[in-house]
Design a protein around this ligand. Sequence first.
Ligand code: NAD
Ligand code: DAU
Length: 363
Amino acid sequence: MYDSIQLLTMEKTILITGGAGFIGSHVVRLFVNKYPDYHIVNLDALTYAGNLENLKDVADAPNYTFVKGDITDEEFIPQLFEKYDFDGVIHLAAESHVDRSISDPLAFIRTNVFGTANLLNAAKEAWKGKMEGKRFYHISTDEVYGSLGKEGYFTEETPYDPRSPYSASKASADHFVRAYYHTYGLPVLISNCSNNYGSHHFPEKLIPLCINNIRYNRPLPVYGKGENVRDWLWVDDHAAAIDIIFHQGKIGETYNIGGHNEWTNIRLIEKLCEIMDRKLGRESGESAKLITFVKDRAGHDLRYAIDSSKLQRELGWQPSITFEEGLEKTVDWYLENQEWLDNVINGDYQNYYEKQYSEREKS
Ligand code: NAD
Ligand code: DAU
């Protein structure tokens, strides 16, 4: 635990929201280990996607505090700002799964739009008359830009064109962040990143879902024809970009983050099958027999591809590993941490899975 003398010696107190989730846990780990003089406060509501197991290696660090709480709570969030006098905020807490946003859009508006506005408002009030040196950094997604055809890339100037309730809620949150910058002078930063992959990824998302299903010889559900393209980035490379942007990004600016690493879903799943066959000692081609084409996602965006040249040019960030290396490491992590996966796949996950995929199979 943390005592008040230690608190006084800390250089900065940083609020990270959603730190018990997939990307958030990588960001918390990076900041706690890299900046021993920072006090990192991780605020997370521990929804189905939040898991303190993700952070057990830093849970007892002297510069780390976990707070269970909801970003939509209008009483609690201002109190938290008062209690800790934050120097900066890195805001990752969100409902993050597109398929869930199709079945329950209002939950996404509540957390992603209202929750973000509630945090912005608390920061505005707490930082009144002392904005100098503060930073409110909002983590967003490339999905706000809509869907690309076969050519071109999303740049920071691409007009917003969200198409799912998830991306519409993230786009709305981005607009509120910019509105607080222009209207109240809140010192904000935004980044829009492509698809992340790596350890501690909840198995509702494509890569961990396929790894888990291959493990149990279950069908690998490919939406539509599997021709949709995603631009995959190693999660620790995203965390490294967040570190650089938080410290060196220019206030009021947006930075796109991506891996220049485009894969159709079907090619990616085939690649995963090859890796899993090798690692599980199966015959080549065995896991690929599990590939099953199912009903497409409603409004399924065809292609995402990020132009991250601004971030590379201005702040010197670049991805550190190739996709082949990253996928190998990811599969190794899941195979070495089957207990994590088994703990995550509890009753709620099974109910979700049955509902999502039995409906797809029926049609
Ligand atoms: P995740 O679903 O794994 O984690 C979200 C976390 O937020 C969980 O720990 C959850 O408990 C917490 N949370 C949810 N609602 C909350 C609330 N009301 N109050 C407090 N905490 C709450 O998500 P992720 O994939 O790690 O994504 C993190 C952020 O990055 C999100 O804002 C997402 O939009 C963005 N993003 C994700 C990706 C990706 O590929 N996963 C890519 C670009 C941007
Ligand atoms: O682009 C960034 C976004 O990437 C983030 O903002 C989101 O939070 C994150 O969830 C992710 O969104 P996607 O919808 O791209 O990720 P998902 O893993 O759900 O799906 C990846 C692709 O695979 C997509 O084209 C849909 C397809 N898919 C997905 C699942 C779960 C399948 O074909 N079968 C599946 O079972």
